[in-house]
Design a protein around this ligand. Structure first.
Ligand code: BTN
Length: 252
């Protein structure tokens, strides 16, 4: 497969037992990093989630990683990238025998309607320069009982789908898929992934609420458009497009 040949081998893989946040660490390390470099941790003490939330990352219970990526075309080229990350993770898990994982816009991984993993993409860069991205993921493997009650939303773990025999094989598969899908994204953009994303969309066709600040909009989820915007069909038949920012999606 041609895409496979273009996959980058990380020049640096750093494994740390305990850290505040792998994303924070990798953001601070950007000047020393090459595209594809990877940081893995067993535990985070200040894990970060989307919208400034805390991310519970107990020792040994999760796959915690951050990947450095870089887009020479700048910030604008990153639009839709986080959706591709979600697809890559789902496909890597399927390759490893963990089937049935779905996506929740923009990039939560869902198993049976509960959150299996979260993805946080953080960016930096200056106008006219390249866009630096730190792609962070926390994937529940088998959460220690003592930590389970700290998670404030319905959650799932990979062990629900079968025995996790080899964490290293999981990481290798994940990184391989991320490299290949991100390379394809750079060439063809998010539109190339639209159908695949819509197939994996947990909410597709379901009644949902979209929260935008104080506003709450009801409708039926209809997957994404060619820019990666969430599509919501209102009762009137009108279809609205939501492109990120402070938007969250809930079941109705
Ligand atoms: C979410 O809110 O769903 C995103 C959670 C992202 C968590 C991961 S764990 C590895 C990386 N480091 C962090 O501090 N956050 C991300």
């Amino acid at each position: 497969e041609t895409l496979l040949c273009q996959a980058l081998a990380p020049s640096r893989v750093e494994v740390v037992p305990v850290i505040g946040s792998t994303n924070q660490y990798w953001l601070e390390s950007i000047p020393q990093l090459a595209k594809g470099d990877l940081c893995l941790a067993e535990c985070q003490t200040a894990g970060r989630g989307r919208r400034g939330r805390h991310w519970v990352s107990p020792f040994g219970g999760q796959l915690i990683l951050s990947l450095y990526w870089r887009l020479e075309q700048g910030m604008a080229a990153a639009m839709g990238l986080s959706l591709v990350v979600g697809i890559a993770v789902v496909e890597a898990l399927a390759e490893q025998g963990f089937d049935g994982v779905q996506l929740k816009w923009p990039n939560d991984l869902y198993l049976n309607g509960r959150k299996l993993a979260g993805i946080l993409v953080e960016m930096s860069g200056t106008a006219g320069g390249p866009c630096h991205l730190v792609i962070g993921m926390g994937l529940n493997l088998l959460l220690p009982k003592s930590e389970q009650e700290r998670i404030d939303q319905p959650w799932a773990e990979l062990a629900d789908l079968g025995e996790i025999a080899d964490r290293n094989a999981l990481v290798v598969a994940l990184v391989g898929y991320l490299h290949r899908y991100l390379a394809l994204f750079e060439r063809e953009g998010i539109a190339a992934f639209r159908e695949q994303w819509n197939r994996l969309d947990y909410f597709n066709g379901k009644p949902v609420r979209v929260l935008m600040g104080e506003q709450e909009i009801h409708g039926r989820a209809r997957g994404i458009d060619d820019q990666g915007a969430l599509l919501l069909e209102l009762d009137t038949g009108e279809v609205r497009h939501f492109l990120g920012g402070e938007i969250s999606l809930r079941p109705q």
